[in-house]
Design a protein around this ligand. Structure first.
Ligand code: PMP
Length: 416
């Protein structure tokens, strides 16, 4: 049958008018149209055509250095990790086709949870299908109607969504503001359930939370504490256990949330805890129960990677060296950065606005460098950021090359 000419929209289909459920996205549609009208490559539609290593890929037909991934420890091409995944694929097939509480718990899921318990030195570990679901599940399940969640205003979307889903009272406080947190905690009615939710590293600016003080105050005020260590696992702390380890409060927190999509180098999420009743979560946590479990190849790569991260001192040291060099070099070139000193593997470069940010992003891509362009609402204070995340596999020479690229692109776009 011939397709015939393209038909105009059916008149009974609302478009832009009353009843069009898409009209709430008009501002975002206009923002994207304006950006693309300036002639810039769409920063939100990049395709990695080939990936050679944790730090190199072909993007838009060009060999590119990757400086905008969460591959902090460079585990994605580790030969042991890859062969564990291949073996599991052969031995167990491509997927579990079921929930963890029915047919979806394989030996590999148990081994992955054992690796996490060992990594953190904690009694319980529960693996979710993503880090997003780990926050969504744990927060919504433990903090329900009548409970209070006190959280940093710059918390990740999965934390906010977990609060909404659980229907607890949400009490936000100013980013990393210890006094504001304490004030909010003290205002909560006597006897109410309280959960303080913090992140080790905040991913937009790459800054670290003052966890020693915050955890102490939360505990003194009778709150349970959950810390999302998505951006510090494997890297920060003597054993890579995160900012909680570095700050000496790992034994005081009730839950650590993490992800396999960053340092671990695959996909998945988890929660570890010493709470004696923690295991009941497996029956009551809906984002754990009502979804399929991770494929056997994924949990096998995760478990292998986690075990290798226990013994990755050299990688941690090299990643710190990279972070310090990039931060110092960009600062010396005159870029405005998210933190005065390097605090993590993330170095955020603050752009004057979205248009200039997008043209700098594109100039860097033409140089052969990929960074993340981050814009509101993901960013704090309406900032446009070029987010650089370093990898332990970036060589010293690559970091120098990156600085040269920033210098040329910065001058070409007038940002420095
Ligand atoms: N928490 C934080 C702080 C994050 O930055 C992210 C992802 N960027 C997540 C949780 C969710 O992790 P995942 O990618 O595994 O869903």
């Amino acid at each position: 049958m011939s397709q015939g000419p393209v038909q105009p929209d059916r008149p009974d289909r609302p478009e832009g008018g009353q009843g069009d459920l898409f009209s709430k996205f008009d501002d975002t549609i206009a923002m994207r149209a304006n950006l693309l009208a300036s002639g810039v490559t769409d920063p939100f539609a990049l395709v990695m055509e080939k990936v050679h290593s944790p730090t190199r890929a072909v993007c838009n037909g060009r060999e590119t250095i990757l400086l905008g991934t969460y591959n902090y420890m460079g585990m994605t091409f580790d030969p042991d990790v890859i062969s564990a995944g291949q073996q599991a694929l052969r031995d167990y097939g491509s997927g579990t086709t079921g929930s963890r509480v029915l047919n979806g718990t394989y030996q590999g899921h148990r081994e992955c949870e054992a690796a996490l318990r060992e990594f953190y030195g904690m009694d319980h570990a529960m693996v979710f299908s993503t880090g997003y679901q780990a926050n969504l599940g744990i927060i919504s399940t433990i903090a329900g109607k009548g409970d209070y969640v006190v959280l940093d205003i710059d918390s990740h979307a999965s934390i906010w969504d977990g609060c909404s889903m659980g229907q607890a009272e949400i009490v936000p406080f100013r980013h990393n503001d210890i006094e504001a947190m304490e004030k909010r905690l003290k205002r909560i009615p006597e006897g109410a359930g309280k959960l303080v939710v913090l992140e080790g590293v905040y991913s937009m600016l790459g800054d670290v939370a003052p966890l020693a003080e915050m955890v102490r105050i939360a505990k003194a005020n009778g709150a349970m504490v959950l810390v999302d260590e998505a951006h510090s696992m494997g890297f920060i702390g003597e054993n890579g256990r995160g900012v909680v380890e570095e700050a000496g409060v790992i034994d005081d927190v009730d839950f650590i949330i993490g992800t396999f999509s960053k340092s671990v180098g695959t996909v998945g999420g988890f929660c570890v805890s010493n709470h004696p009743k923690f295991d009941i979560m497996r029956l009551v946590c809906r984002p754990y129960v009502f979804t399929a479990s991770l494929p056997p190849s994924v949990v096998a790569t995760a478990a292998t990677s986690i075990r290798k991260l226990m013994d990755a001192r050299d990688k941690r040291e090299h990643l710190w060296k990279n972070s310090r060099r990039l931060h110092g070099g960009l600062k010396a070139l005159g870029f405005r950065l998210g933190t005065e000193e390097p605090q993590s593997a993330i170095v955020a470069v603050i752009m004057p606005d979205l248009e200039q940010g997008a043209s700098m992003w594109e100039a860097l891509l033409r140089e052969g460098l990929y960074v993340n362009l981050a814009r509101p609402p993901a960013t704090p204070a309406n900032m446009t950021l070029l987010r650089c995340s370093l990898c332990a596999e970036h060589s010293d020479e690559e970091v120098e090359t990156i600085l040269g690229m920033f210098e040329r692109a910065g001058r070409a776009t007038g940002i420095i």
